[in-house]
Design a protein around this ligand. Structure first.
Ligand SMILES: C[S@@+](CC[C@H](N)C(=O)[O-])C[C@H]1O[C@@H](n2cnc3c(N)ncnc32)[C@H](O)[C@@H]1O
Length: 311
């Protein structure tokens, strides 16, 4: 069945309509699941490790209308794979990419490392602001593109840039914030841990003709201390947009030593944001502004963008 995990469990609560999901993406997930089941594909069982279908991920380019379907499977087999691909691609005209992702691990991580393109390209394209972005299955992309633009504009407005700055965009994903920053700064460095996302980011810089942006693949907490301590690369303004677990302390320690004039902290988790703000404000920064941006309407979650300035 298709549904959501009940809180803090892996028990699935059946749900066949998601009110906050894009309608087309919702329809696609449902159709794909029903077809795959009809062809005899079984659902993965976490306890026994048996079954084929682990997850279905859909992604929609809100502005381009392009659709991506990712079928996460246990092993390489999908029963009636060709028939499925042919039928579903005919039914959804905007479907630009069907990818099989293999995840054989006994883990709660959704995606495995191996992707096989079953139809079309191995990415979709979307636009945000004036920029085009290529998005691959393993790359992070914000779930609410309308509010994403508002979030990025707010973050950049808070930084009050004059064009002379060197900026770090840490946890940069496919380079969205870096792209928005490129016309406002002298130089931008983007750092991201997922190699596929950095490949997208580099290609996005080339598609958008952004020549002052440089991307580095690696953990921010490793890359930034090395850049600062070994190469003496410093930022005037640091943007961070970490995953829910927040920033690693080694990164915060380097930022504290580096003393950028400003830091913009974008967070989807108030608990880790609170923890990191406490550490930063105990160590030389002042919290000057906080602006919530409702990225997840009708849920309890709220994104926040914060400006920290040197005391
Ligand atoms: C909340 S997303 C933000 C991405 C991007 N700023 C955006 O708005 O699309 C967090 C990103 O951090 C990456 N990430 C997770 N841990 C990381 C680390 N230790 N160092 C660098 N990037 C990391 C994830 O792969 C993901 O792309």
């Amino acid at each position: 069945m298709i549904g959501f995990y009940s809180p803090r469990t892996h028990s699935l609560v059946e749900n066949d309509y998601c009110f906050i999901q894009d309608e087309e993406a919702d329809k696609l997930a449902k159709k794909a699941f029903n077809m795959l089941k009809e062809f005899g594909n079984t659902c993965y069982d976490e306890k026994s490790g048996n079954g084929i279908l682990r997850h279905i991920m859909t992604r929609v380019g809100k502005n381009s209308g392009e659709l991506m379907l990712v079928i996460v499977t246990n092993g390489e087999e999908i029963i009636e794979k060709e028939k499925f691909v042919s039928m579903i691609s005919k039914e959804f005209q905007n479907l630009k990419s069907i990818v099989q992702n293999i995840n054989n691990e006994n883990t709660n991580i959704i995606m495995g490392k191996k992707c096989i393109t079953l139809y079309g390209e191995d990415y979709i394209v979307d636009t945000l602001g004036d920029y085009k972005f290529k998005i691959s299955p393993l790359s992070f992309y914000q779930v609410n593109p309308v509010q994403t633009e508002a979030l990025y504009y707010k973050a950049i407005e808070m930084a009050e840039l004059d064009g002379s700055e060197t900026a770090f965009d840490l946890y940069c994903g496919i380079g969205t914030i870096s792209s928005f920053l490129s016309s406002k700064c002298k130089k931008v460095y983007g750092v991201e841990i997922v190699p596929e996302a950095i490949e997208d980011a580099k290609e996005n810089a080339s598609i958008n003709k952004l020549f002052n942006v440089e991307y580095i693949c690696g953990a921010s907490e490793k890359v930034i201390p090395e850049m600062y301590e070994k190469e003496n690369v410093k930022a005037d303004v640091v943007f961070v947009d970490p995953p829910r677990k927040g920033c690693d302390q080694a990164l915060l320690d380097t930022i504290i030593k580096m003393k950028p004039k400003k830091m913009i902290y974008v967070s989807c988790n108030v608990a880790t944001l609170g923890r990191d703000l406490k550490y930063l404000t105990d160590n030389g920064f002042e919290l000057s502004k906080v602006q919530p941006v409702d990225q997840f309407p009708q849920t309890a979650h709220c994104e926040n963008v914060c400006l920290l300035t040197l005391k």
